[in-house]
Design a protein around this ligand. Structure first.
Ligand code: B12
Length: 253
């Protein structure tokens, strides 16, 4: 008996999966305009030199290097993480792309030249036990580019070290990043230890492991959905906003 398999129930994306290679899927997601398109392609391919070349061209044509981080590098990286989430590309690809993007961020920061006197100091860290530091690096880069001095404690930072750094540096705010659900509880501990020491600075926490409900469950916690929320919050603190007002601004009701 002749059976035409396409007439039987076929999972809606099976044909699509077979019809397209990862490169083709990515190509459909790249921005349409140059230089964003070439730079996104270079990030996808993990080609650092091409990322820098694209950025150089854009800056020569008058683009603001700091805006390029937000408008071009981050959306380029998002294509790779979206494809990772769909199971189209794998971790080594993500790593190569992330390296290329981080090189790009460094280049943009250097091209932006020397910063004026810092507006304030921020301590950034990745939770104890967690090595995922790409988001934190973006947060630190955006804060620096917005004129803040950043004390970057790095990744997998023990709670004791975070508390010691806050006592030493007296920052206007602290940031935490956690991508693993097993590491996020360190934030609550940091909150309790800061309060015990009488330190009431806003503690903005982000990364895939945490959500607003979790972060709002501790007194100093303010949820940060995107890296760009960090300089926004620093600016709000400078404008005199207190903890309650910050929660109001950054938490969805
Ligand atoms: C790259 C990656 C790695 C790299 C990390 C390299 C590095 N230097 O960071 C490597 C290969 C090392 C790695 C290792 C592991 N990984 Co991994 N990894 C990822 C991956 C694919 C992407 C993460 C990433 O960088 N995203 C891009 C950045 C830009 O996003 P982001 O950090 O979330 O930051 C954004 C926002 O959240 C926000 N943000 C972040 N922090 C903050 C802070 C503030 C203040 C604000 C305002 C905003 C903000 O701003 C950013 C942009 O707007 C994710 C999958 C995923 N889709 O997330 C898995 C993932 C995070 N990994 C996972 C796991 C399990 C591991 C391993 C345990 C694997 C293993 N079995 O060995 C190890 C962990 C080892 C350890 N002890 O930490 C799981 C975590 C599961 C969970 N929920 O607990 C994930 C979710 C994959 C999965 N679906 O299972 N990983």
């Amino acid at each position: 008996m002749d059976i035409d398999p396409t007439k039987i129930l076929v999972r809606y994306n099976v044909q699509k999966e077979k019809a397209q290679t990862p490169d083709q899927m990515a190509a459909e997601m790249f921005p349409k305009d140059e230089p964003a398109k070439s730079i996104a392609k270079a990030i996808f391919e993990g080609e650092e030199d091409d990322v820098i070349e694209g950025l150089e061209k854009a800056i020569e044509k008058g683009a603001n290097p700091i805006k390029l981080i937000d408008d071009v590098l981050m959306p380029g990286m998002k294509i790779v993480t979206d494809l990772y989430d769909q199971g189209v590309v794998f971790l080594p690809n993500v790593m190569m792309s992330a390296d290329a993007m981080l090189e790009g961020i460094e280049f943009c920061k250097e091209s932006a030249g020397s910063a004026p006197k810092p507006k304030g100091k921020v301590v950034c860290h990745v939770a104890e036990g967690d090595v995922h530091d790409i988001g934190k690096t973006i947060v630190a880069a955006l804060l620096r580019s917005a004129g803040y001095e950043v004390v970057d404690l790095g990744r997998d930072v023990p709670v004791d070290e975070v508390i010691a750094a806050v006592k030493k540096e007296s920052p206007m705010m602290l940031t935490g990043t956690a991508l693993m659900t097993t590491t996020m509880y360190a934030f609550k501990e940091i909150n309790d230890r800061l309060l015990e020491a009488g330190i009431k600075i806003p503690f903005q926490c982000g990364g895939g492991a945490v959500n607003q409900d979790f972060v709002a469950s501790y007194q100093l916690g303010i949820y940060g959905e995107e890296a760009a929320d960090a300089p926004k919050m620093a600016n709000a603190i400078l404008a005199g906003k207190g903890l309650a007002q910050l929660k109001d601004m950054f938490h969805k009701h």
